[in-house]
Design a protein around this ligand. Structure first.
Ligand SMILES: Nc1nc2c(ncn2[C@@H]2O[C@H](COP(=O)(O)OP(=O)(O)OP(=O)(O)O)[C@@H](O)[C@H]2O)c(=O)[nH]1
Ligand SMILES: [Mg+2]
Length: 404
C-alpha cells in the first residue's frame, strides 16, 4: 500500500524572540533553520510566532498576551507541537505545556530527536542515548525543586523527593552504564585506528548539509548516504583514497550546527576523534547558503571545543553552481551594496586574499573544479607525507609531473 508522507507530518508552530542582540533578520534566519530542523525531524511548520522583548519571561518564555495568542492558534488549528528556538528551563517547559496543552520542545530537544532517529549503529545510538540522559538529569532536579517550593516541604517532600531521587538514580546509573559501553567501543576503535598504519589522515568537516558526503562519494567513489536533510551522517566513514598514486585516508563525519547541544558535543567526542587525530582538515562550506559566513564561525567554535582549531586546513567552498547573489542594478543608487551582492569572483578574491590558495571553489554535484581540488589535496597530503617519511618522497613527484 502506498503511504503518503505528508499525512504523517506532525503539525507544529515555531516560537522565537527578537532581542537587542538578535534583531529581526537574525531571528528570521534562526527560525528558517529551526524550520529545516523540524522538517528533518518529520514535522510541518504551520505558523511562526515572534515577540520583541528584552529577555525571555522566566515563567512562560513569551509574555502573557503572546502566549495566549499561541494557545488560541494551537486550539483552533489542531497543532500537536510547539517548538522554541531557545533552550527552555524545566520550569518554563512545564508552565508552557500546561498553558498550550500540547507537546513543547526546544531546539536542543529537536536536535536530540533527529540524532535519535538517525542513529544507525549501536555506537551512535549509545552516544545519543547518553546525550539524552545528560539533558534529562538536570531537568529532573528542576522538577523536584519546583514541587518542593510550590507545595511546601511537609507531606509533599516525602514521596515527591523519593520518587525524583529514584528517577535521578536510575538516570545516573544509566549514564554510568552508557559511558562504560562507550569506553569499550572507544578502545576497539582506537585499536582499529592504530591498525591503519602510517597513512596521512584527512577529515571532512563543516556545517550540516554542506555536501561533505557528496564530496566524499565523488572523490572516493564510495556510497555514503547523502540527502537534503540535516544530519544525514552520524557515523564516521573512513575510506582509502588514492590521488595519482598517493594513498591517504579520508573520513566523513557528523555535521555541525549553531547551538549544537553541549551534551551532544560531549557524547560525540569519540566520533569526533577522527577529526582530532586528522593531519589535515577539509572545511567544506555551502557558499550558496545566505549565512555561510556564520556557519564558518560556528564550525570554528566547535573545532576549538575539540581542540582542533589549529590544524592545517583547506577551505572548500562547495555548491558554486547554486550560488546566486542578490541582484542589484547599476542605476539603483539607493540600495547599499553589501556582501549579499558579491559575485562569485568577488568572494574568491576576498578569501584568496585572506588565506591564499587554501581556499577552493567547487561544485561536488556538478564535478566542477574537482581537478583543482585534487591537486591541492595531493600537494598538501604529499607535504605531510614527505615530512613524515623523508626517505620515500621520490615516490611522489609534483602533481603536474605526475600527470605526464
Ligand atoms: N547544488 C548543489 N548541491 C549540492 C552540492 N553538493 C552537495 N549538494 C546537495 O546538498 C545536500 C546535502 O549534501 P550531503 O552530502 O548530504 O551534505 P553533508 O555535509 O554530508 O550533510 P550532513 O551529513 O547532513 O551533515 C544534498 O541534497 C546534495 O545533493 C553542490 O555542489 N551543488
Ligand atoms: Mg553527510
Amino acid at each position: 500500500m502506498l503511504e503518503s508522507k505528508e499525512i504523517s507530518l506532525e503539525k507544529a508552530v515555531l516560537i522565537g524572540i527578537v532581542t537587542k542582540d538578535q534583531d529581526e533578520i537574525k531571528s528570521k534566519e534562526y527560525l528558517d533553520e529551526l524550520e529545516f530542523l523540524t522538517y528533518t525531524a518529520g514535522g510541518e511548520v504551520v505558523k511562526r510566532f515572534t515577540q520583541k522583548m528584552d529577555m525571555p519571561n522566566s515563567r512562560t518564555f513569551l509574555g502573557t498576551g503572546k502566549i495566549e495568542e499561541v494557545e488560541r492558534f494551537i486550539k483552533d488549528n489542531d497543532i500537536g507541537t510547539a517548538i522554541f528556538d531557545d533552550e527552555l528551563s524545566a520550569a518554563q517547559e512545564r508552565n508552557i505545556s500546561k498553558i498550550l496543552n500540547c507537546k513543547v520542545l526546544d531546539r536542543t530537544n529537536l536536535i536530540l530527536d533527529i540524532f535519535a532517529q538517525r542513529a544507525q549503529t549501536s555506537y551512535a545510538r549509545t552516544q545519543v542515548e547518553l546525550a539524552q540522559c545528560e539533558y534529562l538529569l538536570p531537568r529532573l532536579r528542576g522538577m523536584w525543586t519546583h514541587l518542593e517550593r510550590q507545595k511546601g516541604g511537609i507531606g509533599m517532600r516525602g514521596p515527591g523527593e523519593t520518587e525524583i531521587e529514584t528517577d535521578r538514580r536510575i538516570v545516573r546509573d544509566k549514564i554510568a552504564l552508557l559511558k562504560e559501553r562507550i569506553k569499550i567501543i572507544d578502545k576497539q576503535m582506537s585499536v582499529q585506528r592504530g591498525n591503519r598504519g602510517a597513512m596521512v589522515r584527512v577529515a571532512l568537516v563543516g556545517y550540516t548539509n554542506v555536501g561533505k558526503s557528496t564530496l566524499m562519494n565523488v572523490i572516493s567513489k564510495s556510497e555514503v548516504f547523502a540527502e537534503n536533510k540535516l544530519f544525514a551522517t552520524l557515523d564516521t566513514t573512513v575510506r582509502k583514497v588514492v590521488i595519482q598514486n598517493l594513498p591517504f585516508l579520508l573520513s566523513d563525519t557528523v555535521g555541525f550546527i549553531r547551538k549544537l547541544p553541549t551534551q551532544l558535543v560531549e557524547s560525540f567526542k569519540s566520533t569526533l576523534d577522527e577529526v582530532r587525530e586528522a593531519d589535515l582538515l577539509l572545511h567544506v562550506v555551502d557558499i550558496s547558503h545566505p549565512n555561510f559566513e556564520q556557519h564558518i564561525d560556528s564550525v570554528h567554535k566547535i573545532l576549538g571545543e575539540i581542540k582542533s582549531a589549529d590544524k592545517p586546513t583547506i577551505m572548500v567552498f562547495n555548491k558554486i553552481d547554486a550560488y546566486k547573489p542578490e541582484p542589484l542594478s547599476e542605476d539603483d543608487l539607493e540600495t547599499e551594496r553589501t556582501k549579499m551582492h558579491y559575485s562569485l569572483d568577488e568572494w574568491k578574491k576576498t578569501w584568496m586574499s585572506k588565506i591564499g590558495n587554501n581556499a577552493l571553489f567547487i561544485s561536488a554535484l556538478n564535478k566542477e573544479n574537482l581537478e583543482d581540488f585534487k591537486k591541492r589535496v595531493y600537494e598538501e597530503v604529499r607535504q605531510i607525507h614527505i615530512t613524515r617519511f623523508p626517505y620515500n618522497h621520490f615516490l611522489y613527484p609534483d602533481y603536474d609531473e605526475n600527470q605526464a
